[in-house]
Design a protein around this ligand. Structure first.
Ligand code: SF4
Length: 354
């Protein structure tokens, strides 16, 4: 089975084609693939579904030319109608501010290109490498730090990964592989299982980490087949999901997260601090408590990566610090995520402290 050819946005830099053209692998996989296929791509449709005023449509159409809209219907159903400031909508609705050129915000804010070892393979930190497994996602987050990433340069099949696998095999200091993207869980399980198998053949690898928004966006993605290959590999699996606001976690998402945890997969959450979405202690406290109640550990709260098109989401660090301090005063220590920013060239995510 091969990964389907990439499909590009008008600027040629982002793939958003629904995952597998190869048909469902199981009844469960059919549901999540269908959710990808039927995701809303037209700003007019999104605005109509949510009964938004005409002006929002016009700016969304313009901004989507640079970075297309892509939002699954199940996620849209969690938004409040007639509220252009809904925190979930804000994460996906193209806005006029995205077209502004702002000093200090660029196309490669965390120096992914400088960290590239071979097409699709990045290394920033000791002992870990990151595979950009695909450019596809279940949602286009307007603040995405990889919204300009040249995904088309990466491998498009398991065989295309052979040079990267050889490179990992040649470096005994690498103990962990991170499957990232895009979102690796937009790929079908048969392909992911094959990739995991090939990675497991590398004796010095010990862990396989998956960075994904799928369990939040399309909870049907947590299928038996997914759990089976994740727990079937000799590599220790770790799942890092991405929710920014408690309203993202409805009953189906809770159940999906529970299935991951029940399968024995350590599951953590990373969030991005976003103006107008979660720059509020009540919101973040509710998110962290909800996660902990579901046995998902709040891991990181990221300061926004300064990517071109996302300046309007930035929260000043001193404001972020105040919010995190208030979180510490309210929650047990294990429920407070580490507030960090990524600085190109630094050997770890830099903690933000007073
Ligand atoms: S933040 Fe993650 S899920 Fe969102 S668009 Fe970027 S890579 Fe995709």
């Amino acid at each position: 089975m091969t990964i389907v050819s990439p499909k590009h946005s008008s600027n040629g830099q982002f793939r958003f084609q629904a995952a597998a053209a190869t048909g469902p692998e199981t009844a469960g996989s059919g549901r999540w693939q269908q959710a990808l296929k039927t995701a809303v791509r037209d700003p007019r449709e999104l605005c109509r579904l949510l009964e938004l005023p005409e002006a929002w449509q016009t700016q969304a159409i313009e901004a989507a030319r640079q970075f297309p809209l892509f939002a699954p219907r199940g996620f849209i159903a969690r938004m409040r109608p007639r509220d252009p400031h809904d925190p979930l909508l804000r994460q996906v609705l193209p806005m006029a501010e995205e077209t502004a050129v702002v000093a200090g915000f660029d196309r490669d804010p965390v120096a992914d290109q400088a960290a590239t070892l071979s097409p699709g393979l990045l290394q920033k930190y000791a002992g870990r490498v990151l595979m950009v497994a695909t450019g596809r996602c279940a949602v286009h987050c307007r603040y995405c730090f990889r919204r300009h990433f040249p995904y088309s340069a990466g491998p498009h099949s398991v065989d295309g990964w052979l040079p990267a696998l050889d490179q990992i095999a040649a470096d005994p200091t690498v103990h962990e592989v991170i499957l990232s993207g895009g979102d690796p869980l937009t790929l079908v399980d048969s392909l992911l299982a094959e990739l995991a198998e090939r990675l497991a053949e590398i004796p010095h690898l010990r862990r396989l980490r998956v960075h994904t928004r799928l369990p939040i966006m399309i909870p049907e993605r947590v299928t038996d087949r997914l759990l089976s290959w994740l727990t079937g590999t000799r590599l220790a699996p770790i799942m890092i999901v991405h929710a920014n606001h408690p309203a993202e976690i409805d009953g189906d998402v809770s159940e999906a997260l529970g299935r991951l945890v029940d399968a024995g997969i350590p599951t953590l959450n990373q969030a991005v601090l976003l103006r107008g979405v979660n720059d509020d202690v009540d919101v973040l406290a509710a998110l962290c408590e909800r996660l902990v109640d579901l046995r998902v550990m709040p891991y990181y709260l990221h300061q926004l990566d300064r990517v071109a098109g996302a300046a309007h989401f930035e929260v000043p660090e001193d404001v972020g610090l105040q919010i995190v301090e208030q979180l510490r005063a309210r929650l047990p220590g294990y429920a407070v995520p580490q507030y960090v920013r990524e600085v190109a060239g630094e050997p770890f995510k830099v903690p933000i402290w007073k």
